[in-house]
Ligand binder design. Structure first.
Ligand SMILES: C[S@@+](CC[C@H](N)C(=O)[O-])C[C@H]1O[C@@H](n2cnc3c(N)ncnc32)[C@H](O)[C@@H]1O
Length: 221
């Protein structure tokens, strides 16, 4: 029987947040330290589990505790995963405990700045392989744009891009508005109860730098 959205919401609450005061559900000492809104995240996970085909190879940028990386993969099948995080978040201490429980083949763990040359060099061998990326790292406009550009270099056509906070953090909202106008991105779903989790299909791959890509390249040069 298919899992319901309400069952997923209950599981989110049981998994625990990283800060009850902010996320409005309790921490669980041996839990996942999620940084999500239970309603919004349950809607998102249920959508992934029921509406999208499984992923063969994914990239998560910004994992904090790794709880979100684990939770999603308990409901949405992801064969292989690369994680990338600078490792400075206070919840990162939980990653070592959570890591072995993630239902995926963790092929690469990059604990470094996603904007570093080293991160790009480590990811380039996976060019054309990534079909799903969850981006929740640097929340500045420039930082998020850089993460998008980095991911674009290694994704395959029709890769699913997911962004967190595209309804709440002003710089992420700005990126969201630009993506809406970008012909390379098609929005598939937007869960916007509190923080905003938007799901997009990337229609181009390694193509000419048109529109937004040109603008970003100019901005970053
Ligand atoms: C909001 S938290 C991620 C929360 C997590 N996705 C969740 O849902 O529970 C943002 C994460 O991005 C990481 N981060 C921020 N800037 C980064 C950068 N330049 N490179 C790599 N990781 C970065 C932080 O260390 C933190 O772990």
């Amino acid at each position: 029987m298919e899992i319901s959205r309400d069952q997923i919401k209950q599981a989110v609450i049981e998994a625990g947040s990283s800060d009850e005061g902010f996320f409005h559900f309790p921490e669980n000492e041996n839990g996942l330290y999620l940084q999500q809104d239970p309603d919004e995240y349950a809607d998102f996970v249920h959508y992934m589990a029921t509406q999208l085909p499984p992923s063969k190879f994914s990239l998560d940028i910004g994992i904090a505790s790794g709880g979100q990386t684990k939770f999603l993969r308990d409901y949405y099948q992801v064969e292989k995963t690369i994680v990338l995080d600078i490792g400075l978040h206070e919840a990162f201490v939980h990653w070592e405990r959570i890591k072995p429980t993630v239902n995926t083949n963790l092929v690469l763990e990059l604990i470094m700045d996603s904007h570093s040359k080293e991160a790009r060099k480590a990811l380039l061998p996976y060019q054309g392989q990534i079909d799903f990326t969850f981006i929740d790292g640097d929340h500045s406009y420039k930082g998020l744009m850089q993460d998008i550009e980095l991911a674009k270099e290694i994704v395959k056509k029709d890769c699913i891009f997911v962004f967190h906070d595209t309804g709440a953090v002003p710089d992420c909202v700005r990126v969201f508005k630009e993506l809406e106008k970008d012909p390379d991105f098609e929005m598939l779903a937007n869960f916007d109860t509190r923080f905003g989790i938007s799901v997009w299909k990337y229609l181009a791959v390694n193509g000419p730098k048109t529109g937004l890509r040109k603008k970003i390249s100019k901005l970053l040069s």
